[in-house]
Design a protein around this ligand. Sequence first.
Ligand code: MCN
Length: 765
Amino acid sequence: MDAHTTHDAHRHDGRRVEDQRLITGAGKYAADWSAPNQLYGYFVRSDHAHAEIVSINIKPALAHRGVTHVFTGADAVAAGYVRVAHVLGTPGKGGMKACALDRPVLAHGKVRFVGEAVALVVAESADAAADAGELVEVEYRELQAIVNPEQALASGAPQLDDAVPGNLVYETETGNEAAVAEAIKNAAHVTRLKVDSTRVTPSPMEPRACMVAYNPAADSYHFNVVMQGVTTLRKMMSSWTKVPEDKLIFEALDVGGGFGQRTPAYPEYCALMIAAKASGRPVKWVSSRVESFLTDNHGRGNIAEGELAMDRDGKFVAFRLNWIADMGAYLTPGSAGHIRNTTTCLTGVYHIPALYALFRVPLTNTTPVGSYRGAGRPDIAYVVERFVDQAAVELGMDKADLRRRNFIPPNAFPYKTPTGSVYENADLPGVLSKALVLADWAGFDARRAQSAKVGKLRGIGISTVIEASGAGNAPKDEVEMQLDASGTVTLYTVSKAQGHGHETTLGTIVATALGIPLEKVKVVQCAPGSKLEGNHTGGSRTTVGVGSVSYLAAQKLIEEGKALAALELKLEPSQVQYAKGEFKSSESKRAIKLAELAKSRTISVMAEGKFGSTFPNGCHITEVEIDRETGASQIVSYCAVDDCGVVINHAIVEGQLHGGVVQGAGQVFGEQIVYDQKSGQPLSASFMDYIMPRAGLVPELRGEEHATTSKVSPLGVKGVGESGCTASIPSLVSAVLDAVRPVGVKHLDMPLTPSKLWQAMQMVK
Ligand code: MCN
């Protein structure tokens, strides 16, 4: 039976088993954890973008009622908590090593962005800690700040740190520069463009929170914290603090959104360790939303400029990019991902023989940038698709035709890209054709004319994208499966859902493989102290990785069960068959149920696997209407055709796409982190001035699946968690530009707010 049929045979009705708990307020999030005798932490934060710390006076704060301790950068340095791990480890251009600045968990000597933690006040109540925080006196000597990544790299820019010459943290390149230069010189047409994948903040619903308790007997630390899985967090915390990994124990039950931002270690967690150890009591901190804006890693923040060259027939011959990846004041573990994920799909879904890209990472006085839903994937898809759209306009060609003409043909898979990635499989023309029909591409002119009658500008947008899912940094993905006397199968993982419905989907994989009801499967994620290895939930890899090993574990349980049943039946294991929770043999009248096997002892099996990348892909076609009088846009049609391989749960996949699409639309139409260019002060640090998408932004999403089965996973699955984000951004920008192009607006960067569109239309009047 192939993977597809297996899953269709036992398809769950789509309802998520975790929802009853989550929507009735029975979830337990990080701030819900409390411990007897706990203290409360409050962080005093820098209000300067770049300054020397001349002095800190903590005495008035210490004297405040209820305050037990105040910690500063000196304590962080004394603890040795100064060097955060990052993974920009591969030598860059000319063998360059990344100039990663030390990052004490409480600023020491200097502050480098607004919001950086300077002191931790610990008190008997959260209010006392916050009030005393106001009494910490920090004297700063302000230094010139740079928040604009291009200005940071410009010649003559002020040097932000002696350790980072020219403010260039890292530079790397890929491809063949000479071949590209030659191809561009000889090309029939060259499209030139500069696009900005704007800096945004992921904004999960649940703000960061962390409670740390120190156990002196074991010299260990227990964390209740928002997270996306244990492995990356534990490694980073250990490397920052030098506390061995097995002394760091993490616990979370529910997590209210992560989007990559909840993966890494943050300085606050390490500072709380200092406090918990010094006070001998658990210390709890819950972030405010303003702190989230200032200190949770931001996302995107890329500027790309380049050329796409083509021959007389519109066939792409070369692509050159000059890419600036703003990673802020300090590197984060997500920093490398931004470049790696971008490079993996640098030519998108197209066959482009010659390629060269230069990536530069500047030092700026801004919040660090980390992974955000796609972590480089939406950025490169956006850039490539903008180039292709612009080329179609310049050549006077249909946007869909130009894409089809340049697609990697189905028979070229597995396809090795110029950067060395191997795309496993895809049916790009099939996906496109399905989407064109679904969206009634051919009927657009009539709809545009209809909109014009009511004074609206209508535009159609398209994106055809591919991205990597699966793989991961962990040496392997591992799960444990236990069968108990009640017949319940419990699956243990070290990945952690943040709203994805893994209790349902991983449970479904196991229930399907064992032929038992989903109610008989329990999924336990990140049990404290678990010794399992595995990737965190991110990179849309949980289904490919953890899902696949869960399936393998079920197969092992069946094999082990056959051996045990054979003993009971006095037969050979090969004489025993298994189906739907029962072991039977034609040699015996007796059937043994799973539960019976475990009546005297819990049966446990482990499974592991290492999975490579799978490549989900899709085509999203969107239509917008723009009001000429106000510049307001409305999405009037959203059609998505996606290939995420075999689907485990159709409702969850649709939900994932919808969520991703809305996040993409948020970036396109409103979200943007803005800094004052002179002072470096953030100007969008609350939902008053940071425009989150509202429920009405994206109308009904019409979607269809177009699966090609992955061979990387025994389940045939590819990831889907980031697909909506990756495809929506280029498609929606394409639609808006298509709408305003007839009135003379040729190019705009996100966010496409009403005022920006209105102003652009006024300028060309
Ligand atoms: N799925 C499926 N069939 C497939 C592929 C996936 O049924 N062929 C299901 C999965 O089993 C899972 C969900 O869809 O329940 C997403 O699966 P997958 O693509 O494997 O991605 P991950 O579970 O690893 O999730 C990570 C991905 C990323 S990288 C971000 S960021 C993101 C996202 O998912 N953050 C999210 N979706 C999110 N959804 C919520 N609610 N909250 C977040 O923080």
